[in-house]
Each structure stands twice: as C-alpha cells, then as structure tokens.
Design a protein around this ligand. Structure first.
Ligand SMILES: Cc1cc2nc3c(=O)[nH]c(=O)nc-3n(C[C@H](O)[C@H](O)[C@H](O)COP(=O)(O)OP(=O)(O)OC[C@H]3O[C@@H](n4cnc5c(N)ncnc54)[C@H](O)[C@@H]3O)c2cc1C
Length: 360
C-alpha cells in the first residue's frame, strides 16, 4: 500500500465548479499535496457571489442527524479557516453575534424550548424589552418582536472570502480552466472531462461542485440524482443617514426569514433565500420587506442602490446537500441550496476523507 503522500503527489484531481464549495475543496486538497485543476466558465456569476454570508450553525434548532453534524463540524473548523485565509486577506473575519427574531408566538415558544433544553451559554432568549429589540423596533416601527441571540454564530463577507480563496489558489499556482465541462467519462483507470471546446482533461479523480448542472454530467453515467433550482435575492438600500443611524442596529439579524445586514450608517442589505423559481420578478422590494406591516418612511423602493440574485440547487427526494462517492474516483459535493457558505469547511473535510480512503 502506498502512502497518502506518495499517492497525493501523483494524483490529479479535477474540480468542476468554482463556487464556494469547489474552492474550499481545492484549498483543502492542495494543502494535502494533490495536483488540482478547477474548471468553470463563469466563476463570478454563481450563487456564492450572491450570498449574504450568514453562518447560522449553533442556532440550528435540530441538534441531531447529518445536517447538525455538518453544521457542528463547520462551526469548529471556521476559526482555523479564518486564521489560515487571513494570510491572503487580513480583513477577513466573522462578525458576531447573530440574532433571529419572529413576530409569531408559536415560533418564539420553540426558540424558548430550544434555548432552555440545550442549556448552551452561547444562546440567549431575547424578550421584547431587550436593548437589541428596542433599537430594531425604533428603526423599523415593528412591534411584537422576540427571538434569540447566538454569540457563536455570525457573518462572513462572502466576496472577501472568495477573494482570499482566489489569492491562495493563485499563490499556489492552481491550474484554472475557464471552460464548461459538457461530458465526463471513464477511460481505464482515469476520468476524462470534456470541455465545450473539445478539450479533454485527464484526471484520477473528479469532484462535481457544479450545482444544478451536475445532473447533466451524471445522467450519462446512470446515477439518479435530481436537483431543483432555488432563487435567493437581495437588495441594498442606501438611505440618508440623517433619517436614521443604521449603526445603532445589530450588525446582522433575521426577522421571520428575512436576513438584514447593516453595512454602514447609511447602507442596509435585506435578503431572502428560498423561492422555487429561476428568475426574480419585478416586486422584489415588496417581497423582501413583507415582514413589515407598515414600512418606516426611510425604507422606500426608490432607495434601492443595488439588487442581485443567485440560483442554488436543492436535492429533490433526498436531504441537502448531496455528498456522495458515486463510483471509483467520482465524487459529487453539491446541492447546497441554503447554508453553502456555512457548510463549506465540513464538506471539504468530508471530500478529503473520501479521497484519502479511496487512495489508501
Ligand atoms: C441571495 C443569497 C443569499 C445567500 N445567503 C447565504 C448565507 O447567508 N449563508 C450561507 O451559508 N449561504 C447563503 N446562500 C447560499 C449559498 O450562496 C450557496 O449555498 C452556495 O453559494 C453554493 O455554492 P456552490 O459552490 O455549491 O454553488 P455555486 O456558487 O452556484 O457554484 C457552482 C459553479 O459551478 C459552475 N458550473 C456549472 N456548470 C458547470 C460546468 N458544466 N462546467 C464547469 N463549471 C460549471 C458555475 O459556473 C458556478 O460557478 C445564499 C444564496 C443566495 C443566492
């Protein structure tokens, strides 16, 4: 049996898709000594570039099963990734804490039960008289908000994160091919990935991190995986800071499923992540602000300074994400319709372990 080092020095791994998942896999495997090629025709237009970067791990209300295991592992791995990637972008950090609020009494009771049962010092219930809620009520003219705060969860800026990963990959001279893969096939012990321009790339291992399009490549090989598109959208609102000082608000919070990020004293981002569609409609502003009965005077449609969206893939008929060793040397790691940023460290660790086992 050859050692991993011997094998990894020889093994060539092709990663199809360079969103957050493809890039995390590339870094993890490069650090283990593998030769990596990433292939993607449009790495700046994926859902990873649209993400708001909330890392909602510890406040996940189901502390068992695979989903919790992945979150727990990611929560533990994130500090190591930050320390490592700060060498490539020293501004990178996780802004804490994270607040989740609701106007729904039943939901709040579930928060209370969850916090009480878990007896976790990093979680606290926020009642109506909490200072955080008072500030949010003042700004948004909301009433009846209650919720919980997690001191272990927070937010990372997704674009800064991608930038740091790119710097690492460039520094490490990782091979990047700006093309679309249209077919993969097995040839003896190798995999051949064929680009739209008929270029063929030979590798020992292929990792599919290409979201919805993974299905097109797997179908030929008779693996039954189904993925549905899920739209996520966000707006940036640019207000006159004399109207209201956004810095008086918490940095990141969620009200009934809408994520709100205060970027500066005059800029606010509102995002939502779960619509089954492939194109945003005209009424984005109304959809993203429908958690408010009445909109405060400063929050107007005309003040939208940016608007963007991303399409993720959600597994149909099985749990998200899809992390499977399909056949010798073919791994799929995709279907992160929510929380792809949060789960990137745990998914990269899983892939690395699969490859270590495969080669040993
Ligand atoms: C508005 C919005 C807000 C979000 N907020 C959060 C958040 O707060 N926290 C969080 O954790 N997650 C969030 N998400 C989810 C997160 O963005 C996704 O889970 C994550 O980005 C998925 O990453 P990925 O690498 O799997 O896919 P993607 O980033 O979509 O990357 C897939 C890549 O595959 C490439 N590709 C496709 N087909 C091929 C092919 N045939 N050959 C080569 N390359 C190919 C594409 O070009 C693309 O670059 C949000 C998403 C959106 C849209």
């Amino acid at each position: 049996m050859k050692s991993l080092k011997e094998n990894s020095q020889k093994a060539h791994i092709v990663i199809i898709g360079s969103g957050i998942i493809g890039k995390f896999n590339a870094v993890e495997l490069s650090e283990l000594g593998f030769r990596i090629t990433i292939i993607d025709p449009s790495q700046l237009q994926n859902s990873s570039n649209a993400a708001l970067g909330l890392l909602m791990g510890n406040m996940y209300q189901k502390r068992r099963g695979r989903s919790w295991e992945l979150r727990k592992q990611s929560i533990e791995l994130w500090p190591q990734w930050i320390a490592f990637l700060q060498k490539f972008n020293n501004e990178l950090n996780i802004e804490k804490p994270l607040i989740q609020l609701t106007t729904n009494e039943e939901k709040f009771k579930k928060f209370e039960k969850f916090v009480y049962e878990n007896n976790d010092i990093n979680l606290k219930i926020l009642r109506r008289d909490s200072i955080f809620i008072k500030k949010i009520n003042e700004a948004f003219q909301t009433k009846n908000l209650q919720g919980m705060i997690s001191f272990k969860d927070g937010r990372i800026d997704a674009k800064s994160l991608l930038k740091a990963l790119d710097k690492y990959l460039k520094f490490n001279k990782t091979n990047f091919i700006e093309e679309e893969i249209i077919k993969i096939r097995k040839s003896n012990k190798h995999w051949i990935s064929k680009t739209r321009n008929n270029k063929e790339i030979k590798s020992d291992i292929v990792i599919l991190c290409n979201s919805l399009k993974a299905v097109d490549l797997i179908d030929n090989l008779s693996h039954n995986i189904k993925l549905k598109p899920v739209l996520g959208q966000a707006i940036e609102v640019d207000i006159n800071h004399a109207e209201i000082d956004l810095l008086s608000l918490p940095k990141q919070f969620n009200i009934d499923g809408k994520n709100i990020i205060t970027k500066s004293k005059s800029k606010l981002i509102i995002g939502s992540t779960d619509e089954y569609s492939t194109q945003p409609e005209e009424n984005t502003f109304e959809k993203l602000t429908n958690f408010l009965d009445k909109k405060p005077s400063w929050l107007k449609k005309e003040k939208i300074s940016k608007k963007w969206f991303g399409i993720r893939s959600r597994p149909d008929g099985e749990a998200s994400p899809i992390m499977k060793n399909l056949e010798n040397g073919l791994i799929v790691c995709t279907g992160f319709y929510k929380n792809g940023i949060l789960l990137a460290p745990a998914s990269a660790k899983w892939v690395a372990n699969e490859i270590k086992n495969y080669l040993s």
